[in-house]
Design a protein around this ligand. Structure first.
Ligand code: OFO
Length: 170
């Protein structure tokens, strides 16, 4: 496998692991704060990030490269509010999207068209993840500090996970 591509895919393996840990920390915070729908949503999201990491690990190894399993720093453990959680989540996803775009760029520079093709799944996934996070933040903005609204939001969050990211309501 092309060394430059292998290196940047290994960086992405680390980024997906970081995402998984961050969302796990958010899930744990939500659960211990009694926000259980949000906790379920974030636990599931953390699992998905681990799957993204595994997808990359297996691809690198199958292509004759060597996937490196990273050690990670302790993620943020305390969050001010749901808005704080989902603002951080969106910021994190935007960072990940930029990393994915950089990989696509390197693949083209190195004429590695099969990795380029493989990465298209991640390009589409990032679009969905960013749209979902924006959708959730919009709902939180509408709700503001209304306790009943926040209760319903938490209850409905699991449904939102499966909603059309292009605007369909949960
Ligand atoms: Fe792996 O999609 Fe989010 O980070």
């Amino acid at each position: 496998m092309n060394k430059r591509v292998e290196e940047i895919l290994n960086k992405q393996i680390e980024a997906e692991a970081v995402s998984s840990q961050l969302y796990l920390a958010m899930a744990s915070w939500a659960e211990s704060s009694g926000i259980n729908g949000t906790a379920d949503f974030l636990y599931l999201h953390s699992d998905e990030e681990r799957e993204h990491m595994l997808k990359l690990v297996r691809f690198v190894n199958e292509r004759g490269g060597r996937a490196i399993i990273p050690s990670l720093n302790i993620p943020e453990q305390d969050f001010e509010s749901l808005t704080n959680v989902f603002t951080l989540l969106l910021e994190h996803e935007i960072k990940v999207t930029n990393m994915i775009n950089e990989i696509v760029f390197v693949c083209l520079e190195e004429k590695d068209y099969s990795t380029h093709n493989f990465m298209q799944w991640f390009v589409a996934e990032q679009l969905e993840e960013e749209a979902l996070a924006r959708n959730i933040l919009d709902k939180l903005k509408m709700i503001g500090n209304d306790k009943a609204g926040l209760y319903l939001f938490d209850r409905d969050l699991e449904t939102l996970q499966n909603a059309d990211p292009n605007g369909a309501q949960a």
